[in-house]
Design a protein around this ligand. Structure first.
Ligand SMILES: Cc1ncc(C[n+]2csc(CCOP(=O)(O)OP(=O)(O)O)c2C)c(N)n1
Ligand SMILES: [Mg+2]
Length: 575
């Protein structure tokens, strides 16, 4: 032992690494999703030291890949509304977190992202570089790897900053619009000591929330209440259980269709009589007022054209999406605040105007209802027609819908089952890949939700490409190690179908469209995914015949429910 390899903790002092972790627990962080490295000795020592001092800590979980760590923190937040911590190894671990940070930023998911910083000093200081990697992982600006996705970033400079810095990171991440933050942790600083009593201070700052300006709210109410053909577009759900219930009532009582174009969360039951499906047409071209709720890209301007005099209201945590350089959807009225709360106040404020609108509502209600019923009927009929081998994704959706009926369930779909044919009626029942599309998200995000809510049936459904992006061997390891009984349903078309479709969309009569195989889109031969899952002792089965799917899904659900261990169903679907 020499002075540079070990220091004894002085009384009343704690290693900065331990102080940081302990503080996260005080702030409400339940888990640290961690992938460790040579920068971690003060973190690991800090965990043991804090435990020895009987200090409460978040549960540290081993994540064999950082994509899984970020995805799980994302899913855990969706389940609980509580930001979690991810800890990665220096610049290289952080680089693997970048996709997750991009996804979290786009979805306004708060995550406390930390990674070590290779030691600055080369000798003569406790924590200094000891192996060649200390030089190899040096960066001029490590935070730049994730800065664009993060709301705030900082490098810890002194050990006594650990507690206040954790408070600030948490409050900023959790302020509206929410999002990830990043702190880099140099090893020498983490190895130094800070006063343990700092841990007893109450949290330094409360996250900031927001509510719409009353004048803007009144204008929104006036526009919606006096419109002949109002339409609501919702993309990221209704914000809360109360917001979900309020939107259902608002849509019913005012006979306003709710379009869920490219929805990443469910805002209204798919079989609600004002749930107008995913297609903005015919609604958008007839509308004289539109309310876009938490919608980054509520429709496609290239295809969908609101009337020039249509008045548009945008609502959400950041209704103008200031992070994005180009996003020029009209916003005549912008309502900033928590989505669920905005919907609730809108419902209440509109109720006062109901009397004046009786004739308008009566005029549109029957036609809207009838149109929506035929849209739903056509969606279900198309799904029913897809059972012949190889089956369609819509048929898988329909079968999954029947298999989960009556259960508290959540589906995480990433180019997996489409929402249309599924019957879902609850807040938190549907999540789709973030609009940033960083693939490899649904499997770990589903596990994050399952960790938070063990009794929920959690289904991760994804394309064969998306499954491989998730680092499935790492994900199955986590599911087994943490006893997470997720059901994975892979829709295997042996290709990157979305990429092929986008080629055909831009060059419908091009050379690629006429060639036998479109270059750079085939995944054939795909691995035997059943064997990948079985390598982690999962229950696993493949289905090629659509008529056999209902029985296999039932057996898989029975398995996850009874044994509380993971299952995987690989389904062969049409290209
Ligand atoms: C990390 C990442 N890399 C690449 C892409 C580009 N990309 C978008 S969709 C897609 C194909 C997805 O394939 P799969 O999951 O099999 O679904 P399919 O399109 O076949 O239905 C790819 C590669 C992406 N979105 N994210
Ligand atoms: Mg595919």
């Amino acid at each position: 032992m020499n002075e540079h390899s070990r220091t004894a903790t002085q009384s009343g002092m704690i290693t900065a690494g331990g102080a940081l972790l302990a503080r996260l627990k005080t702030l409400g962080v339940d888990y640290i999703f961690a992938n460790s490295g040579t920068d971690f000795p003060p973190i690991i020592e800090g965990l043991a030291e804090a435990a020895a001092h009987h200090i409460d800590l978040p549960v540290p979980l081993v994540m064999p890949h950082e994509t899984a760590a970020m995805g799980m923190a994302h899913g855990y937040y969706l389940a609980t509304g509580k930001p979690q911590a991810v800890m990665a190894h220096t610049n290289v671990g952080l680089a693997n977190c970048a996709i997750g940070a991009i996804n979290a930023a786009t979805e306004q998911i708060p995550v406390l992202l930390f990674s070590g910083r290779t030691p600055t000093t080369e000798k003569d200081r406790f924590g200094c570089r000891t192996v060649p990697i200390g030089w190899g992982q040096e960066m001029r600006d490590q935070a730049a790897l994730v800065r664009e996705a993060c709301k705030w970033d900082y490098e810890l400079r002194f050990p006594e900053q650990a507690v206040e810095m954790a408070d600030r990171a948490y409050a900023i991440a959790n302020s509206i619009p929410r999002g990830p933050v990043y702190v880099s942790l140099p090893r020498e600083v983490l190895c130094a000591q800070c006063p343990e009593e700092a841990l007893n201070a109450r949290p330094l700052m409360a996250p900031a929330t927001a509510a719409p300006d009353p004048a803007a709210l009144a204008e929104a109410v006036r526009l919606l209440a006096t419109a002949e053909r109002p339409v609501i577009f919702a993309q990221r759900g209704a914000g809360s259980p109360k917001g979900f219930a309020a939107l259902a009532r608002l849509a019913s009582e005012w006979a306003i269709p709710v379009v869920q174009y490219w929805a990443v969360q469910l805002a209204i039951a798919t079989d609600h009589d004002m749930s107008a499906g995913a297609d903005p047409e015919p609604w958008i071209s007839e509308a004289d007022a539109i309310l876009a709720i938490d919608a980054l890209a509520p429709w496609s301007p290239q295809i969908h054209k609101p009337k020039p005099d249509c008045r548009i209201i945008q609502a959400g945590g950041d209704p103008l999406y200031a992070r994005f350089p180009v996003r020029n959807f009209r916003s005549d009225v912008s309502l900033a605040g928590q989505t669920g709360a905005i919907i609730e106040v809108l419902e209440t404020a509109m109720a006062a105007h109901k009397g004046e609108a009786t004739a308008l509502i009566a005029a549109r209600a029957p036609q809207n209802r009838q149109r929506i019923a035929s849209i739903r009927e056509a969606t279900l009929a198309r799904a029913l027609a897809g059972s012949a081998a190889p089956m369609t994704k819509e048929w898988v959706s329909l079968c999954l819908s029947q298999a989960i009926a009556g259960r508290k369930a959540s589906i995480f779909s990433e180019l997996g089952c489409p929402l249309g044919p599924v019957t879902l009626r609850e807040h938190q029942s549907w999540y789709q890949e973030p609009h940033s599309g960083g693939l490899g998200w649904s499997f770990p995000a589903a596990m994050g939700m399952q960790l938070a809510d063990p009794d929920r049936l959690v289904v991760a459904t994804m394309g064969d490409g998306s499954y491989m992006f998730a680092n499935p061997v790492a994900c199955h390891q986590i599911a087994e190690a943490l006893s997470l009984p997720v059901l994975v349903v892979i829709l295997n078309n042996r290709e990157w179908g979305a990429v092929r479709q986008s080629v055909l969309g831009i060059y419908p009569d091009g050379y690629a469209a006429r060639s036998n195989t479109v270059p750079l889109t085939s995944l054939s031969p795909t691995p035997d995914f059943v064997q990948v899952a079985k390598a982690s002792r999962a229950w696993a089965s493949r289905v090629d015949d659509g008529h056999e799917l209902p029985a296999v899904l039932s057996a898989a659900i029975e398995h996850v429910t009874r044994t509380r261990t993971q299952a995987l169903v690989e389904v062969t679907v049409r290209p």
